[in-house]
Design a protein around this ligand. Structure first.
Ligand SMILES: [Zn+2]
Ligand SMILES: [Zn+2]
Length: 415
């Protein structure tokens, strides 16, 4: 017997109500904010991710699904959305459109993760990107979109954490100070952090190992090293967040796991369950497009995991409307009646009434049982007598009352 690959999951019809609910909210909210949908390929050139997400990040080093195709090209399944969107922005000349270009995606991502609650090897992300403008109001807007979705999803007790990791000018000075703080303490650091100290020092702040956290607690803070421009940008982001009444906290340890961020980074986390980690996160990436060979173009984005949102909705007891069942079932006895039933079903659908035919080869009793299971409001019954007399039995399933009606009046009655 085959099983779905480890860390993947089937989303069965009975699980779809949360998905449909969120998909509808996302399409509503993105329209409100003027973001247009983009869909990029499931796989890209592997080097797209090593150059942007970062060669020394966990995503690229440990989690990416990389394979060689039959033409000998190294491809990777998309582990996150932003690099593809920026690649598409350059490839299709979107810099020639009025800026900023505002895009969103709702798509699957692939990461070889250790499977646990809300964490899958194939999962789904909703992400927004505002590209072509360094305006700090866009940082706030991007956070606001995600926040509106969380509000619509009924999530409570979640908080926004923000930080600034500076720019090309001010970050090197901070990294020096950070390295200085950790050097001489290599003995105590976990093996990952020993490598980070050399390859990706900012990520030292991210380590969850207690022995590393002790050193992190006294580490210098990025915010104290920001240049005037970065400092002013962060102040503006905070001002706009206040104007939008978004509750945020500054968190000096927040760096995000990806290489391309500059200035603002942010995460949304459940307050009571930090271990379960982020529901959504993002930041500004003012050098990413340039890194990919485009003109220097600022950008900011956020991505949020659909499975994580649903997990938290269920944990918090948020219920969503059930998906509507068909309104009518057409039951029939005999060949002639079946022919009429097939036609009637089609006519009812044409009239916009969701209708199904009864399963074949079943007794009338079994067909009525099917109607109950489906939860339809009405059952139309066509038997030999009804066919002969051009009538039908119309059964109201809510009170099990039924009446004989002329066949040609059915459509009107059901409407
Ligand atoms: Zn700076
Ligand atoms: Zn560590």
């Amino acid at each position: 017997m085959y099983q779905a690959p480890r860390g993947t999951t089937d989303i069965l019809p009975e699980d779809q109500d949360y998905w449909v609910f969120l998909e509808e909210k996302i399409s509503e909210i993105t329209r409100l904010y003027g973001y247009e949908r983009i869909e990029t390929p499931v796989f890209e050139d592997s080097s797209l991710y090593t150059r942007t997400t970062g060669e020394y990040t966990d995503i690229v080093q440990k989690e990416m699904y990389t394979f060689e195709d039959r033409g000998g090209n190294s491809l990777s399944l998309r582990p996150e959305g932003t690099p593809s969107v920026c690649r598409a922005y350059i490839q299709h000349g979107l810099q020639n459109k009025p800026q900023p270009v505002k895009l969103y995606y709702l798509t699957s991502i692939f990461r070889y993760e250790r499977p646990q609650a809300g964490r899958y090897r194939q999962s789904h992300q909703f992400g927004c990107e505002a590209i072509g403008d360094a305006d700090p109001a866009l940082d706030a807007e991007i956070i606001d979109i995600a926040w509106r979705l969380y509000q619509a999803a009924g999530l409570q007790n979640i908080s926004i954490l923000i930080n600034s990791i500076g720019c090309r000018e001010c970050r090197p000075k901070y990294l020096e100070a950070l390295k200085g703080h950790y050097s001489g303490k290599e003995e105590i650091l976990c093996s990952d952090c020993k490598t980070r100290l050399v390859n990706n020092p900012l990520r030292l702040l991210d380590c969850k190992q207690p022995k590393c956290q002790d050193i992190t607690d006294s580490a210098p803070r990025n915010i104290d090293f920001l240049c005037d421009e970065c400092s002013a940008h962060l102040d503006k982001v905070k001002e706009y967040l206040v104007a939008l009444e978004l509750p945020y906290q500054l968190n000096h340890r927040l760096v995000r796991g990806l290489d391309y961020y500059s200035r603002t980074v942010f995460e949304v986390q459940p307050e009571d369950d930090r271990a379960q980690a982020t529901i959504g996160g993002g930041g500004r990436y003012d050098y990413l497009i340039e890194e990919l060979g485009g003109k220097p173009t600022p950008g900011v984005g956020i991505a949020t995991g659909i499975e994580r949102i649903i997990l938290n909705m269920k944990k918090q007891g948020v219920e969503v409307p059930l998906l509507p069942s068909p309104r009518v079932l057409v039951a029939y006895m005999g060949d002639e009646a079946k022919k009429q039933a097939v036609r009637l079903t089609s006519d009812l659908r044409e009239a916009g009434i969701s209708t199904v035919n009864a399963a074949s080869g079943k007794s009338l009793k079994a067909q009525l049982k099917q109607a109950n299971t489906l939860g339809v409001s009405y059952t139309v019954i066509l038997g030999e007598d009804e066919v002969k007399n051009s009538t039908a039995v119309l059964r109201d399933m809510t009170n099990a009352s039924q009446e004989i009606v002329p066949f040609n009046k059915l459509l009107e009655l059901l409407k």
